[in-house]
Design a protein around this ligand. Structure first.
Ligand code: GLU
Length: 424
């Protein structure tokens, strides 16, 4: 294989996790494996400098990225992350996971991702807006409704998408709502988009739990990350009879064997911006989270959380990857040997991009659907994709992750093969 000069060889990076996942699927791809190296090479990576005048008059420079990993099946699709740890390696991995994810649910998209290395909580609203607008202008060359369509991710939201849409539109001289998804509903956003990722975690988790004879009624749930994804997935599981025994975020780890009152925790978080200090549960040591008695674990924060050591301690039967890339490959092996089933990120959290696709379709048609229509269509796409992957895993006697990669890589590499190499 021809190696990339700009990708770190370190085994613990997100990109190397992704490469190992590709190594694992390659033996299943038959004749298509001739094309598999294409997945180890991002198509296009743009690094931009974002100079920003701070409110105090000083000037700072931030690093921004947009990586289009693969465009064989359609325009690039994927979020924009604002986080202090963002770097090229992470954005490459996140863009590659989008390629796999879009193909796993059969959306007509390739994979892309963007990000800025910044702590958005340390900026004023004005600084955040100027940062977003300059970033959008800088990546304006490569994005567009038929080229690459950004969306929210960790640290960004509908408001950031509105600024992105406006900046792109100003530069083009006309309003182009379909350039980003996850926008506010009154600006061409879609109903149901905000809750879609958490909803998809629930829908796919329920399908797999049924097949493993795990009762959701009475199940003990532990959730890492209480943002958009973790809180909505937890809420739906509670509505199905589960109880949330543990919640962890960057500020605290909460435990209550009787079940945490989610409405009270959500209210607490709305005022305090994190879960620290919530009195409806005991605060425990962060590392103790991984040894708590639980049936279902939902990692819904960042990548690289489930290490081999933590996988060895976990007592759950099922892991639902709300986050992208939370599990290291050696931890995957440990979990498999311990009989713990993982519903992988590339299907588990695909509800978000599925409703992003609906949003893009609605923007193109300038015709908008009701929330129940959106939820119905999403539930159908997500559960059918999950069942297809479940069946593939049974047929090939492999993990759900490898099965999802088989389904996705076959679709991507068929497109790659039939399009051929230009110039021939
Ligand atoms: N950032 C989300 C993800 O990782 C959504 C991407 C999108 O909607 O394009 O799947």
């Amino acid at each position: 294989m021809d190696k990339l000069s700009y990708a770190s060889e370190s085994p613990n990076t997100a990109w190397s996790t992704y490469l190992q996942q590709i190594d694992r699927v390659a033996p299943y791809l038959g004749e298509l494996s001739r094309w598999v190296d294409t997945l180890r090479h991002p198509k296009r990576a743009l690094i931009v400098d974002i100079p920003l005048q701070m409110d105090d008059g000083s000037i700072r420079h931030f690093e921004g990225f947009r990586v289009q990993h693969n465009l064989s099946r359609g325009p690039g699709k994927g979020g924009v992350r604002y986080h202090p740890n963002v770097d090229l390696n992470e954005v490459m991995a996140l863009s590659a996971w989008m390629t796999i994810k879009c193909a796993a649910v059969n959306l007509p998209y390739g994979g892309a991702k963007g990000g800025i290395r910044v702590d958005p909580f340390k900026l004023s609203e004005g600084e955040l807006e100027r940062l977003t607008r300059r970033y959008t202008s800088e990546i304006g060359l490569v994005i567009g409704p038929q080229k690459d369509i950004p969306a929210p991710d960790v640290g960004t939201n509908a408001k950031v998408m509105a600024w992105m849409m406006d900046t792109y539109s100003m530069n083009q001289g006309t309003t182009i709502t379909g350039v980003v998804t996850g926008k506010p509903v009154h600006l061409g956003g879609s109903l149901g988009r905000e809750k879609a990722t958490g909803r998809g975690v629930f829908v796919t988790g329920r399908e797999v739990a049924r097949r493993l004879n795990i009762e959701t009624d009475g199940a003990r749930l532990a959730v890492q990350g209480f943002g958009n994804v973790g809180s909505e997935a937890a809420r739906l599981f509670v509505a199905a009879g589960a109880r949330v025994v543990a919640v962890q975020d960057h500020s605290a780890t909460l435990y209550n064997a009787e079940g945490i009152d989610l409405t009270a925790l959500t209210d607490w978080q709305a005022t305090h911006k994190n879960i620290a200090g919530f009195s409806g549960a005991q605060t425990i040591d962060a590392e103790a989270f991984w040894q708590l008695p639980m049936d279902i674990l939902i990692p819904a924060a960042l990548e690289g959380q489930i290490t081999r050591e933590r996988a060895e301690k976990l007592s759950c039967k099922l892991i639902l990857e709300g986050a992208n890339g939370p599990t290291y490959p050696d931890a995957d092996d440990m979990l498999a040997s311990r009989g713990i089933t993982v519903v992988p990120d590339v299907i588990c959290n695909a509800g978000g991009v599925t409703v992003s696709y609906f949003e893009w379709v609605q923007d193109m048609a300038s015709f908008f659907w009701s929330e129940s229509e959106i939820n119905e269509r999403m539930d159908k796409i997500m559960s059918e994709a999950m069942i297809h992957i479940w069946d593939k895993a049974r047929e090939k006697e492999c993990s759900l992750r490898t099965a999802a990669y088989i389904v996705a890589c076959e679709r991507i590499l068929m497109a790659r093969k039939d399009r051929g190499i230009y110039p021939g």
